[in-house]
Each structure stands twice: as C-alpha cells, then as structure tokens.
Design a protein around this ligand. Structure first.
Ligand code: NCD
Length: 321
C-alpha cells in the first residue's frame, strides 16, 4: 500500500481547479498516480487507504469514464461509495443544489465528487459542505482530474522512451471554446513546463485565448509542426447554442486528425482524446485505434490510478484537520 510520506506538504483542501495546485502538489499527485498505476497490474489491487470513509459521487451531467473511474478508485481504496442517480433523486423534485448539499453534508461524507453543467457549481458546494470537494467537470470551466490523468498518461509514455514532460510541445485541437478539458490542461501543462499550442477554427477558440500562455493556430499544418503530442477534443454540440461549423464533413476535412495531418507533427507524436470520441468528426478510427500512436485506452487506465491518488491525497487533509 503506498504510504503517505510522499504527500508531506500536500495541503489543498479541495480540487476545484488546477489553480488549487502548485507544481510540487502536481508532482506529488503524479508520483502517487504512478504508484497506483503500477499496483493496478497486480491481481489484488485493492487496499484500505480509505477504509471507513465515504465518497459520494454527484453527477448532474452524463458520464461514463469519469463517474465509473471515481467509483472504482474509491472502491479500490476501500471507501464506501455512493453514486447519486440525479434523475431518481430529490433534485428531480426541484431541490436546489444548496439544499442537496446540506442534505448530503448531514450524512458526513469525507469526499464529494461533483459534475455539474454550471461553471462554479463545485466551488459553491465547497463553501457549504465540510468535506473535500472534487470537481469532475463544471460547465465549460474546468476538469482538473482529466488534466491530471492526461499528464500521468503522457508522462508514462514519454518516460518509456527516456523523455520527460518538461519542454514537450503539445497541441490541443478542436472545440477549445466549449472545453473544460482544454482549460484545465492548458494551466497544468504550462505549470509543468510544456509549450502549449491551441489549434481550431476562430469560431471555436475563446476570444481571450491569446492570454492563456499558449500559441494559437487556425490551421493544422502550421499548428502541428514539431508537436510531440496532440490532444484532440470532441465537438461539444450540446454546448453550442448556434452554428459554429459549416458541417461535420467540412470540420473533419480541416481539423479532423487523420494520417495526412498527423504527418505534420513529429514522426513519433502521440495522440490523446479524453473521450467520448466522435469518430470521423474530430479523429479517424485509423488513428484512434492504432496502439503505437494512440494513448486513448491508456488514458482510461490512468484515470482510475490518478483518481485513486487524488482521493488518497485529499483524504489525508481531512485526517489532519
Ligand atoms: C470530457 C468532459 O466531460 O468534459 N469527457 C470526459 O470527462 N472524459 C470531454 C467531453 O465530454 O468531450
């Protein structure tokens, strides 16, 4: 079982944004995540770090990977895990987020994971409950645990070739405007010393992207030049209130990742996608399913390990309080 020594000095109470973490916190989480990733290949990967603790998963938006990986992470650490099915809860009867928070708080959970369509909902909840709150995606704002698992996954892949994250050139491509994954990843990769590029059509790039500490490109050819890794994003149609692209076919033609566009990047460039993927819209199946190029399945694997590390680290703070 990993011990807590490696977390000495880890002080964040919640994980609402990457801004809650400094470089040292991030390095500690990545180290612990790596330990859990190594342990996950062992037959009995369960332990009791969170024995006697309660984790509540509160997902107001759909999720496959994130919700299931938090559930699995909690169970593997021995926690009691409750998944709130929002559609069958009092929320469906009109209860407000704050009333739900007060109700859940009265049950004395130790960790609360929330995904919500409104930016800032996890931060609001964190003010109302006495346990650690983890943002599992809030509107278009942030998705810090996704950024951390992406960093863990990429770090593992480059370390296998004797490399490191610091100094890598990474492109984040596609629907940046609606992406909480992009917002968290830009911050995290910048802290870790990567050179970050954003590539997308002007309609799908935030107006203030040039102030994010990135280089902005509108075409894949120049944007992907010299890139070590490419993070593709889903076209988030559910967040689009109007027409942002002429058609999915045209979008794929200009921004979908296929072999021809991948050739603009470094020869051994790695491809990532947080999922769910829209095949043939932002990425071709040919690339997504090529294990020599695509880290997509490994990202899911890293997701469980990283979330184990996050739950472990935040639960210690509760123990100290
Ligand atoms: C992302 C999300 O929900 O923001 N997915 C995820 O957590 N794996 C990205 C997306 O929905 O496109």
């Amino acid at each position: 079982m990993p011990n807590a020594r490696g977390l000495a000095g880890f002080n964040p109470r919640h994980l609402l944004s990457i801004a809650d973490l400094n470089r040292l916190d991030i390095e500690m989480l990545l180290e612990l995540g790596e330990t859990y990733l190594d342990l996950s290949v062992q037959k009995d990967s369960k332990n009791s770090v969170l024995a006697g603790k309660t984790l509540i998963n509160l997902f107001f938006e759909n999720s496959t990977r994130t919700e299931k990986s938090f559930e699995l992470a909690g169970r593997r650490l021995g926690a009691d895990v409750i998944n709130m099915a929002i559609a069958q809860s009092s929320v469906a009867k009109g209860e407000t987020l704050l009333d739900t928070a007060a109700t859940l708080n009265a049950m004395n959970p130790d960790l609360l994971v929330i995904r919500h369509g409104a930016s800032g909902a996890p931060a609001l909840l964190a003010q109302k409950v006495s346990c650690a709150v983890i943002n599992a995606g809030d509107g278009m704002h942030e998705h810090p645990t996704q950024a951390l698992l992406d960093a863990l996954c990429l770090r593992q892949a480059v370390q296998e070739d004797g490399g490191q994250l610091d100094g890598l050139r990474i492109a984040i491509c596609g629907d940046i405007l609606h992406s909480r994954v992009a917002r968290s990843n830009v911050q995290l990769l910048n802290i870790l010393g990567c050179e970050v590029r954003l590539i997308g059509p002007p309609t799908l790039l935030p107006a203030d992207a040039d102030r994010w500490g990135v280089d902005v490109f509108h075409d894949m050819k120049t944007g992907l030049e010299g890139c070590d890794a490419i993070m593709m994003l889903r076209l988030q149609l559910e967040r689009m209130g109007g027409t942002f692209i002429p058609s999915k076919r045209e979008y794929f033609h200009f921004y979908g990742l296929d072999r021809a566009k991948l050739a603009y990047a470094k020869p051994d460039a790695l491809v990532m996608h947080p999922g769910p993927m829209n095949r043939g819209v932002e990425i071709s199946s040919d690339i997504a399913d090529d294990p020599d190029i695509s880290l997509i399945t490994k990202q899911v694997e890293a997701g469980v390990a990283m979330r184990m590390a996050i739950l472990h680290a935040l639960s210690l703070r509760g123990d100290r309080a």
